[in-house]
Design a protein around this ligand. Structure first.
Ligand code: 5RP
Ligand code: FE2
Length: 219
């Protein structure tokens, strides 16, 4: 499953950009929400999710890179998100935040920065649908994948099996391209967020095709 990250899209023709990747066969759209506090960048809010919801039927995968995500979760639920992911590092009450998402009828994602370990996973594994392993430090698109995160993906896959929660899908985000996608897949990832690898190319169908081919070929 390839999830284009619209952070790398041309904001001047936003809807057309999303339409382009949906027409190219993508069913998940990854929406990066940044508050300028948790990460040093400010991007988009619930209005963007609402606008996309009114036009498209695809899965809207909202990645909240904000402090105190509990304060904004209801806004993104209301806007029509299908998956809402919050960071372990963004709140001392990550379990409460994940429960809030789940109780709203939305799929809950639990995100870990590159230097955060898997210690908390056992305590939230039963209430999450997605484990988002950041393969770059969050805040910006176009960065290089951090190789040490591959071991974490492998360890997370095993940990989920041990916890009897292998249905939790591992999502990877940052620096995913035709060169790296095979390795993250072999490590155990199932959802692949790609921003610049898709939107920096003129022919999005070709770019997504290159990712799919690399995915099938593996490492
Ligand atoms: O969460 C993110 C950054 O914090 C983005 O989803 C990610 O960076 C995607 O961009 P690219 O594929 O260009 O690395
Ligand atoms: Fe993201």
């Amino acid at each position: 499953m390839i999830a284009p990250s619209i952070l790398a899209a041309d904001f001047g023709k936003f809807a057309a950009e999303v339409e382009d990747v949906i027409n190219a066969g993508c069913d998940w759209i990854h929406i990066d929400v940044m508050d300028g506090q948790f990460v040093p960048n400010i991007t988009m809010g619930p209005q963007v999710v609402e606008a996309l919801r009114s036009r498209f039927h695809c899965t809207l995968d909202v990645h909240l890179m904000v402090q105190k995500p509990q304060q904004v979760i209801p806004d993104f639920v209301q806007a029509g998100a299908d998956v809402i992911t919050i960071h372990q590092e963004a709140t001392p009450h990550v379990h409460r935040g994940l429960e809030m998402i789940l109780q709203s009828g939305v799929k809950a994602g639990y995100a870990l920065n590159p230097a955060t370990g898997l210690d908390g996973l056992a305590y939230v594994a039963d209430i999450i649908d997605v484990l988002l392993i950041m393969t770059v430090n969050p805040g910006f698109g176009g960065q290089k994948l951090i190789p040490a995160t591959l071991d974490k993906i492998r360890a997370a896959r095993q940990r989920l099996v041990d916890l009897n929660r292998k249905q939790v899908r591992i999502e990877v985000d940052g620096g995913i391209n035709a060169e790296t996608i095979g390795a993250v897949k072999d490590a155990g990832a199932e959802i692949f967020v790609a921003g610049s690898a898709i939107f920096a190319e003129v022919d999005r169908k070709k770019a997504i095709g290159a990712l799919t081919t690399a995915l099938a070929a593996g490492k």
